[in-house]
Every structure is written in structure tokens, then in C-alpha cells.
Design a protein around this ligand. Sequence first.
Ligand SMILES: Cc1cc2nc3c(=O)[nH]c(=O)nc-3n(C[C@H](O)[C@H](O)[C@H](O)COP(=O)(O)OP(=O)(O)OC[C@H]3O[C@@H](n4cnc5c(N)ncnc54)[C@H](O)[C@@H]3O)c2cc1C
Length: 479
Amino acid sequence: MARISEEDIAWRSHWLKQALAQEADLQPPLDGETTADVCIVGGGFLGLWTAIRLKEHRPSLDVVILEKDICGGGPSGRNSGMLLSAWTKFSALAALRGEEEALRIIRQSAEAIDGIAAFCADNGIDAWLDRVGWVWGATCEAQSGAWDDALNKLARHGYEPARRVTRDDIAAMTGSPGHLAGAFDPSAATVQPGHLVRGLRRVALKNGVRIYEKTAMRRFSRRGDPVVETERGRVRAGRLVLAINAWSAAVPELAPALFIISSDDAASKPMPEMLDKAGYRRGPLMIDSRVFVSGWRVTRDDRLVVGVTGGHIGFGGVIDARFHRPSPRLGDMRRALRAGHPALADFPEEGSWNGPIDRTASGLPLFGALPASPNVLYGYGFSGNGIGMSFIGGRILSALALGIADEWAGSALVRPVTRGFPPEPLRFVGAHFVRGAVRRRDELEHAKRKPGPLTAWLAGLAPSGVTPSKANISGEPRQ
Ligand SMILES: Cc1cc2nc3c(=O)[nH]c(=O)nc-3n(C[C@H](O)[C@H](O)[C@H](O)COP(=O)(O)OP(=O)(O)OC[C@H]3O[C@@H](n4cnc5c(N)ncnc54)[C@H](O)[C@@H]3O)c2cc1C
């Protein structure tokens, strides 16, 4: 059995290095022609959940995954491991098909946390899933109350996913006086995403899914039965599922809804004493309310993992080398901690990484079939909130692929691709202006100053990501 080389492991995220130290199996690339009932391109959470669900529905189905790197080599193996439900996106969800449907999806997303926990337990995946809860807080007055819109609207439906907490409550839970106020959601969990994604790969293989790694899709045909061409082979399939995250920007039909921007993470060395002293050895995960949020959490082996969003911007469909290297934003991470958890700001770093985020204007993913090619399905646009949502995505895409008309296929998240951003090069240029304004506004607000009208207007154009900010609560698509 082939193994991933040491050299190919050395550059990867802390999570993957840890997971691959236990198991570094590499499936051979596709060489020659083959057929399949369903061909999935992309071996991240979405592709793997979809494959697993397809085999649950019909064990005899022939399912193939093509992955250009290794399974989990994309953001699924290099995220912050914060497993959240989607309640913060109530307004954006309600804009799709009303409040009842929004509530249904939010309940599904909360159940996804239980579903992932149960799946891991049933399949012997030790993904370090810990129900630590989540503080969504504010590190300056201007951010305070970002959670009110969603909580107030959900309360009208008798649904209370989180409770409001004061600065003192947060300090008691996390050891930090840095968050002035917030909302605490006890359902949220942390995971070791490398263990999770490699565990899913193991289950998919065990259940008979054929996986070809180091196999990039070069192109696919759009007429009749889709044919996928790779460097050294071809797959003819009844259905093709594109589960390629930010790389969807290279598919002309999918690109209009997307804009690509990196998120960056760093992991500390094990630091039990520092965490103990800071009162955060086993605290809830924390996220602030910036448009480009920062967040942090602890791991089972006493590390701190810190993340910042809003990094470099992708041009067109190109995800270049900047998205696959150590993070250049350690300074931003320490700055975010200085505001939100000062005792941790000087954490001893062990490694850092980054990856592309598939942001949509609403912050919500899209699923469906290409209008002119009903056998080609897509799922993308998680906007930085994909661990739980990809679990739902697997159910949706497997139902769509099998033509099952159930609650998943009928979800409001199944919808055509609409233009969320201007075409290139306007998108690239505009994104730089907006990102600059967002950063300026954050700085001013932390200095208790008001941004000028131009900065406020430009910053207000930013799409919402992991959580909506006060400046962009509804997250409704902007044309
Ligand atoms: C730094 C960072 C932190 C994050 N933190 C969180 C978090 O805490 N919580 C959360 O919920 N989400 C988080 N996310 C987002 C989350 O990781 C993603 O939404 C999720 O992993 C998406 O899963 P996926 O399967 O769609 O994509 P991916 O994991 O990217 O999988 C897509 C795969 O497709 C492959 N591929 C692309 N093009 C081709 C091709 N042509 N041929 C073959 N294969 C191809 C890629 O190599 C990749 O492996 C974070 C992301 C980043 C980058």
C-alpha cells in the first residue's frame, strides 16, 4: 500500500500532521478508463459525506471520488475545528424561503452536531469532538449586539439556541475580560478536523467507495452522461458531483456566486500551564463579531488554535501558492488575542497554515444541478462554516443524485446559482477596497472612533461569513 511521503506531509496543517502520523495511506491515482454510477470530484468533508450517504442509501452503488491532492488536503483538514450550528444566519436563511424553512435548516444544523458525534462513535473515529460550547462576543462597543437580530427573531419561534451573557459571565467561563458582552451557545463543539476527515475517508473506503488520490479533474463534459477527464484517465458516470469548495470558481457556471479569500490559523505548542494561568484550559471556543472574524479554541493536547479571516484574495478561479503555505498573519492573530484574550497573545507558536474560503454574498452554501446539465450537481459556498453544513450537504447531494424527493432535496439551500459579485477583474479590485475598508473600520471602532461615510459604505458591502456582523445582519445577496 502506498504512503504519503514525509516531504508531502511536512508542509501541511498541524491537524493533518497529527492525523497522518497515525495513518498516511495514499490511494493510487486513476490510470485508464473507468465507469461509475456517481463520480464525486473533491475528497473533503462534502465529497466524503456525500459518498458515505450514497452507499448508505444503496450499498451496491458504484461511487468514485477523484481528489487532486489527498483526502482532507483542502480546508477540511486545515480549518479551526469549530463545529457550529447555523442559527446566526437566520435572516439570510429566511430571505431564501421564509422563517419556517429557516428554522428547519437551523434545527438540521444543530442536529448535525449530534449526527457527527454519533457517526464518529459508531464508526470508531476519534475526532476529539468536545462539547465545549461557544461564546460569540464583542471586543468593542460597536460590535455589541451582533447576535440580537437572530436571537430576537428565533425567540419569536420559541427557539433559543444561545443565551446572552455579560462580560463577567464570559470572564468566568473563559478567563478573559476581553469580550464586553456576547451570546453563549452550549451546543457547539470543537473537533480535530484532520482526524475527522481522515476518519471519513477510512469509512468511505471500508464501505466500498473507490478513491483516486493525486488525481485532478481537468475538464468534464456537460452533455448526457458526464465524462470526467484527468491527466491519465477518464470516468464516465451517471451523475457527477462537484464538491470542490473554492475551486468551484474555476467552473464558469459556478463562479458568479463566489469570491475567494483566505483564512489563516496557527497552533501553539502544548501549553497547559499558560492555559491554566489564563483560566482557559477547557474553555468554550470564542469568536468575536468583526466582519472578518477572529476566533480561538483549545485542543485536547493543551494547545491554543487561533484563526483570523479576511486574508489574501483570489483572482478568478486561481487558488495559487499563497493559499498553501504557512500563514503570514501571526501578527494579526496576536492582535486579535490582545483584544479578546490578552493573556494568550504571546502564545508559543508551533505551526501555521491557511486555506481558501468559498464566500457567497449571503454566507450560505448552494446546492443543485447545472441548468443545462442536470446530471452535474454542485455544492459549495460554505463561507467558512462548513464542518456542520457539509454534513447536511452530504444528505442533500446524495438525495439529489439518487432523485429522492425528500426533505433534503427540498431544502431552500437547493437553488440556482445567482450572481453574488461582479465579474473579474472588478471583483478582485472591489474586494481589495472592501477588505481595506473593513480593516480600517475595525481599527477605528476598537479605538472608539466612528468610521467616515466612505469607509462605512465600502465596509458594509462585505458579505457575511462565519457570522453576520452588525453592518451586514441580513446577509441578503447584493447584486
Ligand atoms: C483556515 C480555515 C479555518 C476554517 N475554520 C472553520 C471552522 O472552524 N469551522 C467550520 O465550520 N469551517 C471552517 N472552515 C471552512 C471549512 O473548512 C470548509 O467549509 C469545509 O472544509 C469545506 O469542505 P469541502 O469538502 O467543501 O471542501 P474541501 O475540504 O476544500 O474539499 C474540496 C477538495 O476538492 C479538491 N479539488 C479541487 N479541485 C479539484 C479538481 N479539479 N480535481 C480533483 N479534486 C479537486 C481539493 O483538493 C479539496 O481537497 C475553515 C476554513 C479554513 C481555510
